[in-house]
Write a new protein. Structure first.
Length: 275
């Protein structure tokens, strides 16, 4: 081929790994350290924060001394179990009912008013009733955590079903796909990204509700340990347990995000991130 004299088009420059590392890891870490430094300074000066707020260094000292104690390890395990069981139960029921409501307009019309009426009610409101019926035990925490996880999964699934391209379903019918094949090859890939978002939202709510019910109902877990520390005015323990709860939430959310990226690596949103 003859040389036209024009330079060959240059490939778009790739983003430097150092810039990505700086934006994703270094800056958030530095910001967090700065906020912790402000906490330490304000607690030491005793000007803005009340005396019940210990310095961050004292909280970390308590964590290093007691976070590995058997009672706290058992409490973390109990809370993880309540979160997991409640999330699986609530998400499964929400997904199944969401597919049914999204696929059957008449059913959604019949249940729309009761669902919208019950949706804003916090799950913790049902705690006194469930304690009377079931007692203050793990099953009560799991039921309420499942109720909290149910709503985001339900409505995200409904939104996903409504977002399915009708032409895709019609094309499947034209090519002779059975109802099961349409569900597996067309509907499920379209709904999965919505369900993944609903699962992560449901996970956060299930953990919050589990710890809250443990705190109010005295059910063994991180919430019960928080309540015991508060009654005994162990302020470093209170803030240490709060930090443990926050770290637990970050870890669980990170695990779900990891599995979401692996499951939906074919989806355009994850392809664009990894590109």
């Amino acid at each position: 081929m003859a040389n036209t004299g024009q330079p060959a088009p240059r490939a778009a420059p790739r983003r430097r790994p150092s810039a990505t590392w700086l934006g994703i890891i270094l800056i958030p870490v530095l910001t967090t350290l700065a906020l912790l430094g402000v906490w330490e300074l304000l607690a030491r000066t005793d000007i803005v924060l009340p005396s019940q707020v210990p310095p961050f260094s004292e909280v970390m000292s308590w964590l290093f001394q007691h976070a590995g104690d058997e009672q706290y390890v058992d409490a973390i395990g109990q809370t993880i179990w309540h979160w997991f069981a409640g999330l699986i139960l609530g998400a499964a029921v929400g997904a199944v009912l969401g597919v049914a409501l999204g696929s059957i307009p008449l059913l959604q019309q019949l249940l729309s008013v009761p669902l919208e009426l019950l949706r804003p009610i916090p799950a913790v409101v049902y705690l006194p009733l469930l304690i009377l019926l079931m007692g203050a035990k793990s099953q009560t925490v799991i039921v309420l955590a499942a109720l909290g996880a149910f709503w985001p999964m339900l409505f995200q699934t409904i939104y996903g079903v409504h977002a399915i391209d009708p032409q895709s379903m019609e094309t499947g019918k034209v090519f002779g796909l059975s109802r099961r094949q349409q569900l597996w090859n067309i509907m499920l890939p379209s709904v999965l990204p919505y369900m993944a978002t609903g699962l992560r939202i449901a996970s956060s709510l299930a953990l919050i509700i589990a710890i809250s019910v443990e705190l109010v109902g005295g059910v063994p877990g991180l919430g019960a340990e928080l309540g015991a520390s508060g009654r005994n005015a162990l302020f470093s323990a209170i803030y240490g347990l709060l930090i443990i709860s926050g770290i637990l939430g970050l870890v669980l959310n990170g695990v779900l995000e990891h599995f979401e990226k692996r499951l939906l690596r074919w989806h355009v949103s994850h392809r664009s991130v990894s590109a």
